[in-house]
Write a protein that binds this ligand. Structure first.
Ligand code: AMP
Ligand code: FE
Ligand code: FE
Ligand code: ZN
Length: 283
């Protein structure tokens, strides 16, 4: 069984449509694919409608969160699987997050324009094509102007990494966990040691989240070096959490391939068994 539990489509900042993504997953020899777009479930229906025979779709989402500590905030991502998309409190929070992303992206476009970089809001909106807007869409506007070579280049400190970095109004991580579980979902901490993406949270936060019902940690992720994977595995073992492995595929925004990192079948079964909000869809 080849199981990849973290991927993005054009419903957020991936470059394949949900239909193209499930076809690509099947072509990559996957048996199970989780669709985990940022802060939205909009990709689920088109993915399901295009699901190839033999592929199982695990409906999921990657939620934008922050952890508040006495000296500031650290942003982090939670993967939520198999929650009920109709549960109101969680749905309301997702909508709020998407609105906050739009407001932030608009402000970043204004910063560009104040510096004489002629990116228009309409252009960014059209590129996002109704999906959740993220910094990769702003990166693409810079690429089209030849100002940066690729997405990673656009995340350097001169660009979206610092100079044009603005916060969005994410969800407090404990509230996020409560909402996700309230909608019947199973929660896995995404890439907890990915240093490239900013500040890391301390292990004591993960201990506290485990006490509140966190189910797993993503250990095998393209942004984790071998030592980081070992650290995450040991922490998960100590706390009784499962470990997952996933590609975090974004299409051509990144170089990783579908199925580049995989989750063990037993862990997949544990996630499905623990969920009460939704079920996998078999193609
Ligand atoms: P946002 O959610 O709008 O803050 O944008 C974050 C997204 O940008 C992540 O989900 C990744 O898709 C992408 N990203 C973050 N850091 C990097 C990086 N260093 N290089 C390339 N893509 C990145
Ligand atoms: Fe992303
Ligand atoms: Fe992420
Ligand atoms: Zn992701």
């Amino acid at each position: 069984m080849r199981i990849d539990l973290h991927t993005h489509s054009t419903a957020s900042d991936g470059t394949l449509t949900p239909a193209e993504l499930v076809k690509a997953a099947s072509g990559a020899g996957l048996d199970v694919l989780a669709l985990t777009d940022h802060d939205t479930t909009a990709g689920w229906a088109p993915a399901r409608a295009a699901l190839p025979a033999g592929l199982t779709l695990l409906p999921g989402m990657e939620l934008s969160c922050y952890w508040s500590h006495p000296h500031g905030r650290i942003t982090l991502h939670l993967l939520v699987y198999l929650f009920d998309p109709a549960e109101e409190a969680f749905a309301t929070e997702r909508a709020r997050l998407r609105a906050s992303r739009i407001a932030r992206a608009q402000r970043i476009v204004e910063l560009f324009r104040a510096d004489g970089i002629d990116v228009s809001w309409d252009e960014v909106l059209a590129d996002a094509a109704g999906g959740t807007i993220g910094r990769p869409h702003l990166a693409r506007a810079l690429m089209r102007r030849g100002l940066v070579a690729d997405t990673s280049d656009a995340f350097r400190t001169e660009w979206l990494g610092q100079r044009y970095r603005l916060p969005k109004d994410d969800t407090d991580v404990f509230e996020a966990l409560r909402l996700a579980r309230g909608a019947g979902g199973v929660v896995v901490f995404a890439h907890p040691r990915a240093t490239r993406r900013g500040q890391l949270v301390p292990d004591r936060l993960i201990v506290a989240l485990a006490e509140q019902g966190l189910f797993g940690l993503e250990a095998d992720h393209p942004d984790h070096a071998p030592g980081e994977r070992a650290h995450v595995r040991a922490l998960a073992h100590r706390l009784g959490l499962v470990v997952t492995g996933s590609s975090d595929f974004h299409g051509s925004h990144k170089t990783v391939q579908l199925g580049q990192e995989l989750t063990a079948p037993l862990v997949y079964e544990q996630i499905v068994a623990a969920a009460t909000g939704n079920q996998p869809v078999r193609g």
